[in-house]
Design a protein around this ligand. Sequence first.
Ligand SMILES: Nc1nc2c(c(=O)[nH]1)N[C@H]1C(S)=C(S)[C@@H](COP(=O)(O)OP(=O)(O)OC[C@H]3O[C@@H](n4cnc5c(=O)[nH]c(N)nc54)[C@H](O)[C@@H]3O)O[C@H]1N2
Ligand SMILES: Nc1nc2c(c(=O)[nH]1)N[C@H]1C(S)=C(S)[C@@H](COP(=O)(O)OP(=O)(O)OC[C@H]3O[C@@H](n4cnc5c(=O)[nH]c(N)nc54)[C@H](O)[C@@H]3O)O[C@H]1N2
Ligand code: SF4
Ligand SMILES: [Mo]
Length: 730
Amino acid sequence: MRTAHRTCPLCEAVCGLTLTLDDGDNVIGVRGDADDPFSKGFVCPKGASLGRLDQDGDRLSTPLIREGGEWREASWQEAFEAVERGLSAVPAPSRAIYLGNPNAHTMAGALYAAPLIRALGTRQVYSASTADQMPKQVSAGLMFGHSLTIPVPDLDRTDYLLMLGANPLESNGSLCTAPDFPGRLKALRRRGGRLVVVDPRRTRTAALADEHVFIRPGTDAYLLMGVVHTLLTEKLTDVRVPVGGLAELEEAVSGFTPEACADACGVPAELITRLARELAAAPTAAVYGRIGTCTVEFGTLAQWLVDVVNVLTGNLDRPGGAMFPRPATEGPRRRRPYATGRWHSRVRGLPEANGELPVATLADEIETPGEGRIRALITVAGNPVLSAPNGARLDRALAGLDFMVSVDPYLNETTRHADVILPPPRVTQAGHYDFALLGFAVRDYVRYSPPVVPLPEGRPSEGEILARLTMIASGQGASADPALLDELALDQTLRRAVETPGSPVEGQDPAGLRALLTGSNGAELRLDAMLRLGPYGDWGGRALGEGNGLSLTTLLENPHGIDLGPLRPRIPEGVLTTASGAVELAPEAILADVPRLREGLGRRASGFVLIGRRHLRSNNSWMHNVAPLVGGSNRCTLQIHPQDVEELGLAGHAVIRSAAGELVVQLEPTDTIMRGVVSLPHGWGHAGTSQLVAAKNAGVSANILTDESIVDPLSGNAVLNGVPVTLVPA
Ligand SMILES: Nc1nc2c(c(=O)[nH]1)N[C@H]1C(S)=C(S)[C@@H](COP(=O)(O)OP(=O)(O)OC[C@H]3O[C@@H](n4cnc5c(=O)[nH]c(N)nc54)[C@H](O)[C@@H]3O)O[C@H]1N2
Ligand SMILES: Nc1nc2c(c(=O)[nH]1)N[C@H]1C(S)=C(S)[C@@H](COP(=O)(O)OP(=O)(O)OC[C@H]3O[C@@H](n4cnc5c(=O)[nH]c(N)nc54)[C@H](O)[C@@H]3O)O[C@H]1N2
Ligand code: SF4
Ligand SMILES: [Mo]
């Protein structure tokens, strides 16, 4: 028996775990790591089940090749050769890639996805981001200059938190990395702070809050417009950062009185006004909006308004407000205008955002004939058949591809369409560093977990799998050495650093720096380079002071992680990279979308709408195969208000219909949901998979009902909340 430390890769809270392993390297116990300075021993039921997930017998251990409708196990070399044959038959513009959510959690996703995209040479790039946070990234790009310059609520110090469309008691937080989010919210209230939750359901988070505000799904932009209108007309603003566009903002907001907004969002005008006054009066305050405000038709407008309120109330970039984390691997960001729509999708003409096209149009691009039609697809850590809008259509489209390869531990609803499945190693066999999520942490913090269990001889890491796909896509063949790619990346990183004026290594010799790097594989070497060049790095990063610099070695010496302190104001140090150097309050692209919002002013919506929900013991589509996590309250039921059940004459089950499809659903009457709103969790509807437990708890897929033809026009994000539906007895 031995213990080992490992960051939990399952959600954005990045909890430190202490694993107990037996002599056969099986995880026989999981505890929260009490010595982790950030998570301090917190663990949730998913993290506690990491061993079950790691040792799940339904995970694939070798590549699979599909031939004549039959799966057979194959060697790695054989599998890569099959990929080479399949990909090389398809010209670059007809190749596509879809990157799923776990890429935000793996080192492979952070380090090897970008080179793979470049090697594919295609604009057919898709990811779960356009079913998730793309509106926030677009608004951050337009307002702050970079799509990853995203402020997070300073949870541990704020006096007032207005939370819209998030349920961290189930999700553990998102775009706000905060282990033990529930504990931090309780602490906020204990120190006399106020928590207000806006949600069409009285969630567990809403129940914990000082105040819960019901809102009509999809309409948070109206509520926030009413707040901005109040702040401006009552002269409650206190702008403390350099801004541009204040006059244009005032003009855009005119007419969005709390009274006019109240009809559209269902929140009384007096309440909207009061929220504005409270936000302005609080010593410090932060507005935070997540999934419920992103995956809607006004997603980017809502995200823009979240930060407009943070700026107008003087809370952007100040302790207790909404702040920009400073992650240890942050590289230099140049000042340049941010724009979307540098190219458009072939079939629907939807704008690119951050180099991606909307997943809502993936099926169009596969099905519609013509030059550039997608014929080959790579999926990495994604299950879009269950996660993308109108998944049923995508399911059919995938079946018609010429070639598909999936990097995934499971044979599931999506990967069953692949010709080749390449499984990543077990969780415990992978090193872990949160390149993405530490950029959204409510404290600056750093932690690296080397692999707990060694990789068996001949077994590629996930990074190596992606590197080999990259070599294949760039025409170097199935036998090229993936280590070459790491050296190329290192060379690029070091060269850029020595050429950047003001960089800690400006003018030095890249080869000399390369010789100083340590690490037992390419990913570790690249991490070492990024840490040492970063703001806390031992090559002159200044944030921690002399002699305190980080490197891979420091991280290995501190297996519980290192606290780098509370968030600090970053605007003075130049975090804004807009062309003007100021926060843009009224970007042109955003103003151009305001008339669409104006059209709905004063209009009271009617009819039923569908929203989603998450459960603490579930994780999107892929953790339903772990027996202790399914069952009990974690079920795929349609929550509906009891009075709606009665009025519609429903009982037991109902047929629910949308523009995209229909389902028979089991009803769960509950007065925690608003009248006129129904809620079904996504990620269910298991079929055709290798997952035996999941098959027994199949449920239905909410994304049979979501409509791929409607997107948030600025970001291309899918509309997964606020979907019009009708209900009839089954
Ligand atoms: N209706 C509705 N739909 C939604 C949402 C919603 O709220 N409502 N939420 C949306 C959101 S926020 C997201 S992020 C998307 C998620 O969309 P996806 O990312 O497409 O779906 P997941 O269910 O997260 O699938 C993850 C896949 O990665 C695999 N996997 C797990 N770990 C690893 C790993 O380490 N390496 C590799 N290679 N594979 C791995 C799993 O087996 C699974 O197949 O769904 C979106 N869809
Ligand atoms: N246990 C668990 N944790 C997860 C995940 C999981 O599947 N399970 N998924 C992970 C992923 S990929 C993500 S992106 C995050 C998401 O993290 P969160 O954003 O916290 O996601 P949810 O828990 O779905 O909470 C969204 C809330 O928005 C509400 N809502 C729906 N529509 C609207 C609306 O129009 N307006 C408002 N104001 N509210 C609305 C819903 O009722 C719901 O309570 O969670 C991550 N963590
Ligand atoms: S909260 Fe998230 S990171 Fe923490 S143990 Fe649970 S799943 Fe893992
Ligand atoms: Mo997500």
